[in-house]
Design a protein around this ligand. Structure first.
Ligand code: AMP
Length: 505
């Protein structure tokens, strides 16, 4: 099965439905998209051999969808790269993936083009909105190339906060499993529904192109190419049945946006990629109604470890509603999830351990990195590096990345638990808790706090302390508070705790 068949099938069944839009303006129907992809694939196949890698260093744009499907159609592997990386990081990824060809949007071409000289494997950098791209799209269409399920489709580079990024090899089987699991456990998509790509298409939002193409949904890219709350509210008036994949920080910015713009045409916000605090989740439910679904995944098991559907978010009369909202939901139908001890033995419900995953979405392995594969995939389970616990009904509560757990006086402290408590203070807008090394305790807890309104005085430390003493054990209380204007975040909205820890050393 080649993923390119998903597009061929939709174009056959729903040729006239809109496939791509920039802002409110439709740029292709399904018939047009499929025809263009078959021509672009032929253009690529003339220059490249099956399994070759093609890098996409591109801001969000409709051509992203064309290029992904053209790569698959031609039997090639796409390497979508975070467009916000430094040229040195791009250089590493281009060389590591062995990309022979790279496409870049015009805003990035000047930074990327010179890399053709320094990266030996890279033969050419082509502007994804220029005349050479148009020429590639104008040849004779080709038939979909044959692919085995285990062939690489997408190299997904990890954010590399603790070292060099690693290329996660996602196969046709992995991404098909992710697509089918979406329909099973996240949401339905009707032909003609829409996804607005406000988060980077090199990551989660781009992965969700697949279920939307599979059911002839419209892929709309905001004019700005990114996230702007006012623009999103305006776009909601242009399309119907709208889904967005959003990091929790984006959801919060939508909720905090002034005004009461109509959200009738919003169908679903799928959030994930970082912790959603219960108070923020409730605020979003009261702003949008029962339109929230959550996923927990990682590049190594793309978008597909656990999910919490809209119905669970809406069931506020459930006796364990609060705990459920604080969780990341239950294992996807086609996925095995285990919480394990240090010897990879399953732990009983309620006990905290590393989260292990297996099933069809789990990556084939890291690209050209046998050592990391042996470690991460040992015993046939993906070792996520995340720590959490399951309840008796299979709801998984994430504690933290194992490397973020604070060990103070021999006890484990999970930052998220402390963060949830501090966020209850009305003067706190955002907070991140990290460990600072300490000669006496090993580590002590430090909270970085962003005030809700920068004009107000920072929330009183004694009040924050009192709040902690009311809700969590004394030893978990921060020993110090640092007031900051903003938290450092990466382009997918994750708080960079490593940067915060550097501020303490
Ligand atoms: P990435 O591979 O860049 O998508 O990052 C994956 C990591 O993000 C996971 O290993 C988790 O630590 C975190 N993450 C993903 N989804 C969630 C979620 N729903 N809640 C909390 N953290 C999450």
């Amino acid at each position: 099965m080649n993923l390119a068949q998903l597009l061929v099938r939709s174009a056959n069944a729903w040729p006239a439905l809109p496939a791509l839009a920039r802002g409110g303006c439709v740029t292709s129907t399904y018939a047009e998209l499929a025809a263009r992809v078959a021509r672009l694939a032929a253009g690529l196949a003339q220059r490249l051999a099956p399994n070759d890698r093609v890098a996409l260093v591109m801001a969000n744009c409709p051509q992203y969808v064309e290029l992904l499907f053209a790569c698959w159609h031609a039997g090639l592997c796409a390497v979508p790269v975070n467009a916000k990386l430094h040229p040195r990081e791009l250089e590493f990824i281009l060389a590591n993936s062995g990309a022979r060809l790279c496409f870049a949007t015009s805003d990035l071409i000047d930074a990327v083009a010179p890399l053709a000289a320094s990266v030996t494997c890279l033969e050419d950098v082509i502007a994804a909105d220029g005349p050479r791209y148009a020429a590639l799209c104008s040849g004779v269409p080709m038939a979909v190339a044959a692919r085995a399920p285990g062939d690489a489709a997408w190299l997904f580079y990890t954010s590399g906060t603790t070292g060099r990024p690693k290329g996660v090899t996602l196969t046709h089987r992995n991404l098909l499993a992710m697509t089918l699991n979406y329909f099973f456990d996240v949401d339905a998509i009707a032909p003609g529904d829409c996804i607005v790509h406000a988060a980077p298409m090199s990551h989660g939002s781009g992965l969700y192109i697949l279920p939307h193409v599979a059911h002839a949904g419209l892929n709309a890219v905001p004019e700005s190419g990114g996230f702007d709350a006012a623009e999103i509210y305006a776009l909601l008036q242009a399309h119907r049945g709208v889904t967005m994949f959003a990091a929790p920080t984006m959801v919060k910015r939508l909720v905090d946006h002034p005004g009461d713009a109509d959200t009738t045409r919003l169908k679903t916000i799928v959030y994930g990629g970082g912790p959603m605090y219960v108070a923020d989740c409730k605020a979003a439910l009261s702003r949008f109604g029962p339109k929230l679904a959550q996923i927990y995944g990682q590049g190594e098991s793309p978008m597909t470890i656990t999910a919490m559907d809209k119905a669970t978010h809406a069931a506020s009369d459930h006796p364990r509603y609060e705990q459920r909202l604080a969780s990341v939901g239950q294992a996807f139908s086609g996925v095995g999830v285990m919480v394990a001890d240090a010897a990879d033995r399953p732990l009983p419900a309620g006990e905290i351990g590393e989260i292990l995953v297996r099933g069809d979405p789990v990556m084939a392995g890291y690209w050209d990195n046998p050592q990391a594969n042996a470690e991460t995939l040992r015993g046939g389970w993906l070792h996520t590096g995340d720590v959490g616990s399951l309840d008796g009904e299979g709801f998984l509560t994430l504690k933290d990345r194992s490397k973020d757990v604070i060990i103070s006086g021999g006890s484990n402290i999970y930052p998220r638990e402390v963060e949830e408590v501090l966020l209850r203070h009305p003067g706190v807008s955002e907070v991140s808790v990290v460990g600072k090394s300490d000669p006496e305790w090993g580590e002590v807890v430090v909270a970085f706090v962003v005030a809700r309104d920068p004009r107000d005085a920072a929330p009183d430390q004694a009040e924050l302390d009192a709040l902690c003493l009311d809700h969590i054990a004394r030893f978990k209380r921060p020993k110090a508070y640092r007031y900051v204007d903003a938290l450092p975040k990466n382009s997918t909205g994750k708080v960079l705790k490593t940067e915060l820890r550097k501020l303490l050393s």
